[in-house]
Design a protein around this ligand. Structure first.
Ligand code: ADP
Ligand code: MG
Length: 678
């Protein structure tokens, strides 16, 4: 059965089960849907007489002799002699003591590896081996390569997966309507899943990927279209149409310290117009880091509040919520708007008062974190819900806030993806895009700094701080996505810099596990320029706005996705001063260098995301998940042909039959399907 727990389906240790869980494999179905990341073609079986030095080949033959020994430094070596009907070759394995248990003198085996000349002998070093069986799994075929983890190898996955796939494939039911399968010449879901793991030849891999990629995008798209349809249907009777007072909005704009960019004006107009309609707005406001989304949302809030409705503004972190509070207090001060903050660390007594006032309508604008979606939070008349950095929240969390009497909702996102793709992924929302930066911003000069120039970089930074009173962020490297190690790295980096490099300057550090009071104190000090250099983890950074900070160092830059690096870099270059970003990296790989070079050349989040996606698939690098780009397993986000096919299909399906009642299996599949990004 597909929903059988994996622990019941395979024989393995608790340790392995834990590791599988890390790979998000809990059921048979999860396992079957754990697709290879690559293939090795070892399908051609070669005779020893025709082997080529250094070329991967598979040989079939007999083990003439095999024995293990220990070297002086305690290493385990297995040596064998292997023969086929054309010749003989020496074989050697290191530290695989179990080999002599599965292979003996006389065993018929396949070996896959690269022959080399070593010490004057023709040698096959550490080849993949497999006994001759009815159907080979690890040799003499196109071999799937899986993303393993420490303790689980690709070979282990193949070995366990094959029998499960054989017995379960029959339980996978087709859910796509036959017309669609025909129209786009797709292969069946059964075949696609089987062949993506154990392809019978090269050409079938492409077909399997096409089918599974099509499904992946289609399910995401249909899911969001259905959500949109349901929202519209459920809310038509209780919609609030807001009668925007455009004169009041205009005079509010005059009180701002800057003029809106054209893009800000256009998106604002879209939002205001939308809220006048008698059904709730569901709109995504997209714009690159620093494009000024906050103020657009703030003006929308002003317009709603002016008409007597409340607005809620939810941010992903407490630091960010507090920053928004400050911003809005400044903008709204002279307009008599009552603002409060509700976050996890709000004291109980105060929280009670806030909840009471919210219910009575004595608060116009409530800013907060997840605390805003607790059950006890009740509004008098919520007109607009704004969600900042929306990809940081799950769909469910967004829906909770949206469910308060169906207010208009505005989601803010810096996720840099093309419009067609955004429509596919966020089909449940309408799109407004700010495609222009506020004037006067200078390009952030970005450099990759070699290790031997580190001292120079530090000296240069000291000079900038002393001469220009500028401030500096230092982002510590990401370590295995582990909080504990990251905090350790921050502590060590901080101590080193404070004691050895910048003893004459004010250095501080911040990370997610500090108490709220500490975090507040540090951020306040940084904002007030009482701290020159702030050492931080990768987690804390999102959305922070300190225009006086103009220098950033990113350590271990190779570990981050380009979108993530771009997000970091967006913390500087917010004022009119020239800003500088220095990348320290430990990579010699061609792709690694290419990616980092892109950071020095390109300054648009969209462009960088595209490059990132084309060099390394999504999901492989940290930061992709957090950047809001869905972590697709098969489909390529840059495959515009596929995206438009999916678009067409979804539109046709939904326009004839928005409940998908003619296709119950598809409907069920969509309900079960959850986007990995959430
Ligand atoms: P993001 O879109 O990344 O959330 P913010 O809303 O934080 O960006 O805006 C970045 C900075 O730009 C803020 O300091 C904000 O006050 C400023 N800003 C926004 N709009 C304009 C504008 N039209 N002209 C000048 N500065 C602006
Ligand atoms: Mg922001």
């Amino acid at each position: 059965m597909l929903n059988t727990q994996i622990s019941k389906a395979i024989r393995t240790t608790g340790k392995h089960l834990k590791l599988l869980e890390k790979l998000r494999i809990k059921t048979v179905e999860d396992f079957i849907n754990y697709f290879p990341r690559d293939y090795t073609d070892a399908s051609e079986v070669t005779k020893l007489a025709y082997l080529k030095i250094n070329q991967l080949a598979t040989f079939k033959g007999t083990i003439l002799n095999i024995e293990s020994s220990r070297t002086k430094n305690g290493k385990f070596i297995t040596q064998a002699v292997f023969k086929d009907d054309t010749g003989v070759i020496e074989v050697i394995w290191f530290n695989q003591s179990y080999i002599t248990k599965v292979m003996r003198k006389g065993s018929e085996v396949f070996l896959s590896g690269k022959p080399k000349i070593a010490g004057g002998h023709l040698t096959l070093s550490s080849p993949t081996f497999e006994p001759v069986r009815q159907e080979q799994i690890h040799t003499a075929r196109i071999i799937p390569v899986y993303h393993g983890t420490e303790g689980i190898s690709s070979k282990w996955i193949r070995e366990k997966l094959k029998p499960i796939l054989e017995s379960e494939i029959q339980n996978i039911e087709e859910y796509l309507p036959e017309e669609i399968i025909q129209k786009f010449s797709l292969i069946s879901i059964k075949e696609a899943i089987y062949q993506i793991h154990f392809p019978k030849d090269e050409s079938i891999i492409g077909k399997a990927i096409k089918r599974l990629g099509f499904d992946e995008l289609l399910l995401i798209h249909l899911k969001s279209l259905i959500a949109k349809y349901k929202n519209k249907k459920a809310s038509t009777s209780i919609a609030k149409s807001i009668n925007i007072d455009y004169e009041a909005v205009k005079s509010f704009l005059k009180t701002l310290p800057f003029e809106l960019t054209n893009a800000q004006k256009l998106t604002l107009a879209e939002i205001l117009k939308d809220m006048e309609k008698p059904h709730p707005m569901a709109r995504l406001l997209q714009g690159d880091v620093g494009s000024g989304k906050t103020i657009v949302a703030g003006i929308a809030a002003f317009a709603v509040i002016k008409q007597g409705y409340q607005t809620a503004f939810m941010a992903p972190t407490e630091i960010l919520a507090k920053q928004h509070l400050k911003t809005f207090e400044k903008f709204f001060k002279q307009h008599g708007i009552k603002i409060e903050l509700l976050i996890g660390s709000t004291k109980n007594k105060e929280k009670k008062e806030i909840l009471e006032k919210l219910k009575k309508g004595e608060i116009n604008l409530i800013i907060g974190t997840h605390a805003l979606i607790q059950k006890e939070v009740k509004f008098k008349n919520l007109g607009l819900a704004i969600i900042d950095e929306q990809h940081r929240f799950g769909v469910l969390q967004r829906e909770v806030l949206n469910s308060h009497g169906f207010p208009h909702t505005l989601n803010l996102s810096a996720t840099p993806i093309p419009r067609t793709l955004a429509l596919t992924i966020y089909g449940d929302q309408d799109l407004s895009i700010i495609d222009e930066m506020p004037p006067g911003r200078k390009i952030i000069a970005t450099h990759i700094v070699p290790e031997n120039k580190r001292k120079d970089a530090y000296n240069w930074i000291r000079k900038q701080i002393k001469e220009k009173q500028t401030q500096v962020f230092i982002i510590c490297p990401l370590i295995d996505e582990s909080d504990k190690l990251e905090i350790k790295a921050v502590n060590e980096e901080y101590r080193y810099l404070a004691n050895n490099i910048f003893p004459d300057l004010e250095v501080s550090f911040i990370h997610g596990k500090l108490s709220q009071d500490d975090k507040d104190r540090i951020m306040n000090d940084f904002q007030a320029n009482r701290i020159n250099i702030l050492v931080s983890t990768s987690i804390i950074e999102v959305g922070i706005d300190v225009p006086n900070a103009t220098v950033m160092i990113i350590e271990g830059a190779e570990k981050f996705g380009l979108s993530q690096l771009h997000q970091f870099r967006g913390r500087i270059g917010r004022g009119e001063q020239q800003s500088y970003c220095f990348l320290f990296a430990n990579t010699k790989s061609e792709d690694g260098v290419k990616r980092l070079n892109a950071m020095t050349k390109f300054h648009s989040g969209f462009k960088l995301a595209e490059i990132d996606l084309s060099i390394r698939g999504p999901g492989e690098i940290f930061g992709v998940r957090q950047s809001g780009i869905p972590d697709l397993k098969v489909a390529s986000l840059t495959d515009s042909v596929l995206i438009s096919k999916v678009h067409e299909t979804a539109t046709i399906l939904m326009s004839n039959d928005p409940e998908l009642s003619k296709f119950p299996k598809l409907k069920e599949k969509i309900e079960k399907f959850s986007e990995i990004q959430n």
